[in-house]
Design a protein around this ligand. Structure first.
Ligand SMILES: Nc1ncnc2c1ncn2[C@@H]1O[C@H](COP(=O)(O)OP(=O)(O)OP(=O)(O)O)[C@@H](O)[C@H]1O
Ligand SMILES: [Mg+2]
Length: 462
């Protein structure tokens, strides 16, 4: 269980905060001065420090400075009163504080915010989105049968998904280029989490007409506006106890951005025309293929909403950065299509497979899937070869092949090795010099030269 140190000179405040943290199932300890905090930090392991700003003798800012000297990665959240707000902001932007929260903190919104920030701080402390391979080595990783891939980058995604599921933390913001599997990942987080048998309500933010946004999300009462002849339950309510998936979140209109922020903070809302606030317990997952920080710069996206949504970031790598997954994906899709179309399974030749690996796949897994579907449906025979691939894929420049070579003690004859490769290529192509040269990545003339050196005749391979 994460261990949190609360530093606050007023005893009652300490105890109050400790109670709240205990309810959230954190271990806690308290220190009533910065110097006592530093002693405790030396003696015991803590994952997070929450400190008051104003304390006699040594301030929260001084404590932060001392902590940063010995453990720069230990997150520190500052609690501050209004007059010191400017200093606190400065400590976050330049002093290495993780976050600040303004007093009084015992308001629903602020406490929720604090809880989110604690989760985010602990998440990052544990390694965050880019945790290195070994720091999480002994961690249990769930399996997600729908998601194909075992490259290091995708394994890291499984690890982070497992943590999200185990801790039931949200909001989760899934980022990644188009076709990298954002929706697939969102569905899996829902399905394998504790909300799996509750509703999963997907919202495609790019297709909702402006005037329908509010009633889609929040619903409306009967007679709330002309045409509202019955009560409508909005998606927020549909998703209660389950998951609300806001896809392409950058397209959400400004008026709704503010309302959404409010719902995330209070976890309650009003139906249009309603007077009773409705409380919901929802896991919010959002996805985007845009860079939201750029959208903020352009004035299209509210900055505070971004920080609110980005509590747990999950960045899906493009396919070109995990090419080792391509063969698995190809097999998976070919298998899937043969079942879908009730057709004979199709195989792919090694050289066609290596062409698929060499290609960079703009459009990522979706593009690969669509492409294979086309080849599967239109291609003749049960073997997919280079000729079945369009030139932009089949004519990729050949990269170096990674061979693991161990030379025996007695040494080798390079001449012999070359001879064996020349023979193998000519055998495979039944003496076709052009095709054999292609396989070996050299020109026809070069191959002919080498064949001459080794006294090889193409006729011997027909
Ligand atoms: N790792 C994967 N294993 C198996 N199928 C995958 C994987 N990643 C993506 N897919 C498939 O690729 C297609 C695109 O995935 P998805 O819709 O989740 O992408 P996306 O990131 O939401 O894309 P967009 O930004 O265009 O909406 C889907 O059919 C999905 O099932
Ligand atoms: Mg999508």
């Amino acid at each position: 269980m994460p261990n949190i140190l609360v530093v606050e000179d007023e005893y009652d405040q300490c105890i109050e905060l400790q109670k709240i943290l205990k309810r959230e199932r954190y271990d806690t300890d308290i220190a009533q001065s910065a110097s006592s905090a530093l002693t405790k930090l030396k003696a015991e392991h803590f994952d997070l420090v929450i400190t008051d700003m104003k304390m006699p003798e040594m301030s929260g800012a001084d404590l932060l400075r001392e902590i940063k000297k010995t453990d720069p990665d230990l997150p520190v959240i500052i609690i501050t009163a209004f007059p010191d707000l400017k200093d606190a902001v400065e400590l976050v932007s330049r002093g290495g504080a993780f976050y600040y929260i303004e007093k009084p903190i015992y308001e629903v919104d602020k406490l929720n915010k604090l809880k989110d920030e604690i989760k985010r701080a602990l998440w990052i402390r544990r390694g965050g989105d880019n945790a290195s391979e070994d720091s999480t080595e002994s961690e249990e990783i769930y399996e997600f049968p729908e998601i194909i891939g075992n490259s290091p980058k995708i394994l890291q995604i499984y690890k982070n998904m497992t943590r999200i599921i185990k801790h039931d933390v949200n909001p989760v913001l899934i980022m990644g280029e188009s076709g990298t599997g954002k929706e697939l990942v969102a569905k899996a987080i829902h399905k394998y989490g504790k909300r799996g048998n509750q509703a999963f309500a997907p919202v495609d933010c790019s297709t909702i007409p402006e005037q329908l946004w509010e009633s889609e999300l929040f619903g409306h009462e009967r007679g709330a506006f002309t045409g509202a002849d019955s009560r409508k339950i909005g998606l927020m309510e549909v998703a209660d106890k389950g998951t609300l998936f806001l896809d392409e979140i950058s397209n959400i209109i400004p008026a709704i951005q503010a309302k959404l922020l409010r719902v995330i903070e209070t976890r309650e809302f009003l139906r249009i025309g309603g007077t009773e606030p409705i409380k919901v317990d929802i896991c919010i997952i959002t996805a985007t293929n845009k860079n939201l920080e750029e959208e903020i710069e352009k004035g299209n996206f509210k900055e505070d909403l971004y920080y609110r949504l980005n509590v747990i970031p999950l960045t899906l790598p493009p396919l070109r950065e995990r090419k080792d997954d391509i063969p698995l994906l190809v097999e998976h899709f070919l298998d899937k299509f043969s079942k879908e179309y009730n057709a004979e399974p199709k195989q792919i030749t090694p050289r066609a497979m290596s062409a698929l690996r060499r290609y960079d796949w703009p459009g990522n897994v979706r593009r690969l899937e669509n492409f294979l579907r086309q080849v599967f449906v239109l291609g003749e025979g049960n073997l997919i070869d280079l000729d079945d691939l369009p030139p932009e894929i089949s004519h990729q420049p050949q990269g170096p092949v990674e061979l693991s070579i161990e030379i025996p003690e007695g040494g080798v004859s390079l001449e012999d090795i070359e001879l064996q490769y020349l023979r193998a290529a000519l055998k495979q192509t039944k003496g076709n010099v052009t095709k054999a040269a292609e396989l070996l990545g050299i020109s026809r003339r070069q191959l002919q030269g080498r064949m001459k050196n080794h006294n090889l005749e193409r006729g011997d391979f027909k």
